[in-house]
Design a protein around this ligand. Structure first.
Ligand code: MOS
Length: 732
């Protein structure tokens, strides 16, 4: 059945969303709720010397002002990537120490949001400031080999063959350096918490990708038991890695709500999101790529410095993807972390893969020009059937098909190779660029419960989070197609710790993890119905079968894990810890792939860069939900245009923090910046990876956009820009 394409269906929650009926995490206002606001540190690093909350407390309607003096035995829940649950290990307000500008120093709760905001601004603080290092090249920024940190235990360096020797011997060499600024994701739904205590039990309503980490993080921070905390997140309005763990304000909200014995709502403001949540680390990269004169790539060396905080080692996994784009036998990756005085950076859609593909695919374009070879033909000539690092077979790889289909749809054969050789009638420079992207194939263990009732109800309760990507729609489609019921009749419950363990939904593993489990649940349901009514007619609905035997409902539970994972993985799952399988399995390796073809137009006078046209062809295995998958790719391309031509979080080395902390000054593409985005899927199932044949699509869609644009800018202007974002001044 999995080799039959899925039909296009609308989002099952589309009507609810456009009518405002879909309640996002913290939209669920509780009776008698108080509102909270945060006061934040205005130094880059140091200590609080004095803190005066009298003026804040005197504001009419203020019920509580919490500072580091009031948190008692609250503990840090630890860093997600070091065995804990938080986006960083530093829980603000546990001491007078300030690690970065913007760190919360007080929480004010009041009857109205206005009173809380007014009072938070009246908290008076004096500090003892210390010197700071907030950029990669600052004095005092400490650079450390990732392989010398505890991360070495689960992130090995990516090495195959002898890259240094092979590069030295290569007849054609490319050697280039790249930089990327810090960038911040700005979800439409701000990070927000409603905390509510009833009879000693805490319920958190919060848009998140990781309800279970919030739950277990609060247990660790507040000394609670599992039966005392539940987290409910029916929707998240954008969760591209930033909402993947316990947020710092959630702990503070829970403490304040307990003190007041009233439900409390805390919305982190747009400016505070730049400082109180994770972001994409600044990075600098060097790629050396060696080839023979026929264009065979022989060696690559990929060195990366990525920003981290002073208090955590945020992993950098750039080489894991740059090493997988082509069949390069000699590869050496090397990642270093640069400790700076910021909150811990984190995951942001294709957190490493976007930057890694920018560097590697820019170099591949340079190689094409060095050899005088067509950039598509050069890529096709370096395809591989085996994973170049492990030598294991790839479960599926259709990158060449992506390149060929994309070239045809785009009209690539009409391109002339020389830079500045294509112009519009008015003199506008036209550039056509191509680049590939890849993203690891990952699966996490998932538990599903499926219930059918004699009134026609079908309800799936499963691990997963709906953050706009459309997982409900994909899950409903998977169940509906097995049970032969309409997808819009399937109620899908996700993001709720009361219904099933909720593994973090990230890494584009949501569909490949949850859809096979949902399919299994539907299969188990068909078998249970067979047992209930042997010899039943195959065109009877589940409800008809239940009615025929006089049974009101039937429920099945199934669980599923990544290939090769031990049974004990379900205990980690229940403990809210990451349980990620892949991309390297015992017998195979899995990646998703994409090829982007981009047209840029550069105005001859102003040099303004436009992207009127993109063609993207993705290999994400079987497409489970064609409409939401295509929407994922378009969203990835839009984000890629922003990441390449617009987005940068500006840093003043003297003061720390991020200067352009609002949507007016953190420049994003708007509708007028986006032209045609034409999406096609190869739609070949990868049944070795999982029984649904699906691979991830959300993140691979952003990989390769940046180099495709940069390569198009080179083709238009003759300028090779290696620093993001690419701006007018780069091509003057
Ligand atoms: Mo994604 S950056 O793994 O949520």
């Amino acid at each position: 059945m999995s080799d039959v394409p899925f039909q296009d269906t609308t989002r099952i929650d589309a009507r609810d969303k456009v009518r405002g009926k879909a309640l996002f995490g913290a939209d669920d206002a509780r009776p008698d709720m108080v509102h909270a606001a945060l006061a934040v540190a205005t130094i880059g690093k140091g200590r609080i010397v004095s803190l005066d909350t009298r003026a804040a407390a005197a504001v009419s309607g203020v019920r509580l002002v919490l500072t580091h003096r009031d948190l008692g035995d609250v503990k840090s829940a630890g860093f997600l990537m070091a065995g804990g649950y938080g986006f960083q290990s530093l829980q603000p307000m546990l001491s007078p120490a300030i690690a970065y500008r913007g760190q919360p120093i007080a929480l004010v709760a009041a009857d109205s949001l206005e009173a809380a905001i007014e009072a938070a601004a009246l908290v008076e603080t004096t500090y003892a400031a210390e010197p700071i290092s907030v950029t990669l090249d600052a004095t005092g920024a400490e650079t450390i080999n990732q392989a010398d940190t505890p991360l070495k235990n689960f992130i090995p360096e990516v090495i195959a063959g002898d890259a240094d020797k092979s590069f030295a011997d290569a007849p054609v060499k490319i050697d280039a350096r790249f930089t990327s600024p810090p960038q911040h994701q700005n979800p439409i739904e701000l990070i927000a918490t409603v905390a509510e205590w009833n009879d000693g039990k805490l319920t958190i309503h919060e848009g998140t990708q990781n309800a279970e980490a919030i739950r277990h993080g609060l247990m660790a921070a507040l000394g609670l038991t599992a039966d005392q905390v539940q987290v409910i997140s029916p929707y998240a309005g954008g969760g591209f890695g930033q909402k993947n763990s316990l947020q710092m304000q959630t702990v503070l909200a829970a403490v304040a709500a307990r003190r007041l014995q009233r439900p409390l709502k805390l919305v982190v403001s747009r400016a505070q999101i730049f400082h109180d949540a994770s972001f994409r680390a600044a990075s600098r990269q060097r790629v050396r790529l060696g080839a023979d004169r026929s264009g065979q790539m022989l060696a690559a060396i990929h060195e990366v410095d990525a920003q981290t905080s002073r208090h955590d080692f945020m992993p950098a996994e750039f080489a894991a993807v740059s090493s997988r784009l082509y069949g390069i036998e000699n590869f050496r990756g090397h990642e270093r972390l640069v400790r700076t005085d910021v909150q811990t950076p984190g995951y942001m859609r294709a957190p490493f893969e976007h930057g890694a593909c920018f560097a590697m695919e820019s170099c591949v374009d340079e190689l094409a020009y060095a050899l005088g070879k067509d950039p598509v033909a050069l890529r096709l000539a370096n395809d591989t059937k085996v994973d170049p690092i492990t030598k294991l077979p790839l479960s599926s790889r259709h990158l060449s098909a992506c390149l060929e289909r994309g070239a045809e749809r785009f009209g690539w054969s009409k391109r002339t190779m020389a830079p500045q050789s294509m112009r519009a009638g008015d003199g506008t420079l036209i550039g056509w660029g191509v680049a590939a992207g890849a993203y690891p194939g990952l699966i996490v263990p998932t538990v599903a419960r499926l219930k059918v009732t004699d009134d026609g109800g079908v309800r799936l309760s499963i691990g997963g989070h709906e953050m706009g990507q459309g997982i409900r729609t994909a899950l409903a489609a998977a169940v509906a197609r097995k049970l032969a019921v309409p997808p819009e009749g399937v109620v899908v419950l996700v993001g709720d710790t009361r219904i099933a363990p909720q593994h973090v939904t990230a890494g584009s593993w949501g569909t490949a993890s949850a859809v096979p489990t949902a399919s299994d649940a539907a299969e188990a349901m068909l078998q249970a119905l067979d047992q209930l009514a042997p010899g039943r007619s195959s065109n009877q609905t589940p409800a008809q079968i239940l009615k025929s035997v006089g049974r009101p409902s039937l429920e099945v539970e199934v669980r599923r894990k990544a290939p090769g994972q031990p049974e004990a993985i379900y205990e980690r799952l229940a403990a809210g810890l990451p349980c990620v399988g892949g991309p390297i399995f015992a017998d195979f390796v899995t990646f998703s792939y994409i090829a982007h073809f981009v047209e840029v137009r550069v105005e001859p006078g102003t040099r303004r860069i436009r992207v009127p046209r993109v063609v993207s062809v993705a290999d994400c295995g079987r497409v489970i939900s064609p409409r939401t998958a295509a929407s994922q790719v378009r969203g990835g391309v839009v984000w890629g245009i922003g990441a390449t031509l617009r987005e940068a979080s500006e840093v003043d080395p003297r003061y720390g923090g991020f200067l352009n902390a609002d949507l007016a000054e953190y420049v994003l593409p708007v509708n007028a910046d986006i032209g045609s985005i034409d999406v096609e899927f190869i739609d070949e199932p990868d049944l070795q990876f999982n029984s649904a044949g699906a691979k991830g699509v959300g993140e691979v869609s952003l990989t390769g956009v940046a180099p495709a644009i940069a390569n198009a800018v080179f083709h238009a202007t003759g300028r090779r820009v290696r620093d993001l974002p690419i701006r007018v001044e780069h091509v003057l």
